[in-house]
Design a protein around this ligand. Sequence first.
Ligand SMILES: [Zn+2]
Length: 104
Amino acid sequence: MAIPVPRDVMVVGNELAVVWDDGREDYFALEKLRRACPCAMCKGEPDLFGKVYKGAERALTPRAFEVASHRRVGSYALQIDWGDGHNDGIYSFETLRRMAAEGG
Ligand SMILES: [Zn+2]
């Protein structure tokens, strides 16, 4: 089954609105989206023994939950430039749909 792709992505207030090409619309709270950043630094990477090391925990400023810009990455993901300059996280459409299914 093909994964739906966003037809439109926009920031509405403190949410990211995604209109999918299958007609669904999902709204993601920016703070939740940022805290779910899938990059290695935010999420941590398990070592050989399965222990997860995370990068230095940085206090997130309010700007961390602002979207400076966003762009599509290929045909499978969305990259977000956060207000504090962080943009390592690539949110695959599959991840976004799963987050939406779990309650946005
Ligand atoms: Zn990150």
